[in-house]
Write a protein that binds this ligand. Structure first.
Ligand code: AP5
Ligand code: MG
Ligand code: ZN
Length: 221
């Protein structure tokens, strides 16, 4: 099953992607994580992407599409993928359809995690991420057991460089301008499912699973 998680910065895409990955046993592919790995590795792609990410702007479609297409071509992606943060523009959505069509696959559902803007900012402000395994915590809504140490792997937690107040605001504005139009595109295709993301992580997860179960009852998958 190929599922897209759509939602503003801080909506909980990464958090829900990880829970889904465990449940569905298919990989989750986060364009943001792929860029952060490239930055860490100091590749040419990483250097280019960093300029945009630091400003809260989208990385240009060409490099983004090529990076995700390369990931989707890997053997673990043949049975399904949870896409977190891709597509984010109409051009990316069209490119994704093309890549999946070549694999004789398609997007089954787009789960739009809807969260109000004041909640988004509170979530981003308190987020801590594990440098080693990428686990996501929140200092109020979901703290780690030992301060600064990942529960899952013992790695050190850090705050993302693009989580400054100015960049957060810019990312939300860019989302509204460039990515929110995808809601209507996917609604028109009949594959958009709206999830109330303004609730606790486990409540949102249950809504996500209910949406997926309703798809599994549908034998056109
Ligand atoms: P990316 O890494 O995708 O960042 P983003 O879209 O800004 O989203 P976030 O990762 O900030 O939020 P999230 O929805 O994953 O929330 P999370 O689960 O962490 O992209 C970063 C940058 O890379 C972009 O700005 C762009 O420059 C570039 N980029 C990436 N993809 C691109 C693309 N396709 N095209 C072009 N450029 C691209 O949760 C947030 C916090 O809230 C956490 O602390 C978590 O613990 C907490 N939380 C989560 N759910 C709940 C809940 N239900 N209740 C309470 N707390 C919760
Ligand atoms: Mg994320
Ligand atoms: Zn960890």
């Amino acid at each position: 099953m190929y599922i897209v998680l759509l939602g503003a910065p801080g909506a909980g895409k990464g958090t829900q992607a990880e829970l889904l990955r465990e449940k569905l046993a298919i990989p989750s592919v986060s364009s943001g994580d792929l860029f952060r790995s490239a930055i860490e590795a100091g590749t040419e792609l990483g250097v280019k992407a960093k300029e945009y990410i630091d400003r809260g702007e989208l990385v240009p479609d060409g490099v983004t599409i090529a990076m995700v297409a390369e990931r989707l071509a890997q053997p673990d992606c043949t049975e399904g993928v949870i896409l977190d943060g891709f597509p984010r523009t109409v051009a990316q959505a069209e490119a994704l359809d093309g890549v999946l069509a070549e694999m004789n696959r398609r997007v089954h559902a787009v789960l739009y995690i809807k969260v109000s803007e004041d909640v988004l900012l509170k979530r981003l402000a308190g987020r801590w991420t594990c440098r080693d395994c990428g686990a996501i915590y929140h200092e109020v809504f979901g703290p780690e057991k030992t301060r600064g140490v990942c529960d899952a792997c013992g790695g050190a937690l850090y705050q993302r460089e693009d989580d400054t107040p100015e960049t957060q605001q810019r990312r939300i504005a860019v989302y509204l301008d460039r990515t929110a139009p995808l809601q209507e595109c996917y609604r028109a295709k009949g594959i958009l499912i709206e999830i109330d993301g303004d609730q606790d992580v486990d409540v949102v997860h249950r809504s996500v699973m209910a949406a997926i179960d309703s798809l599994e009852g549908n034998d056109t998958l």
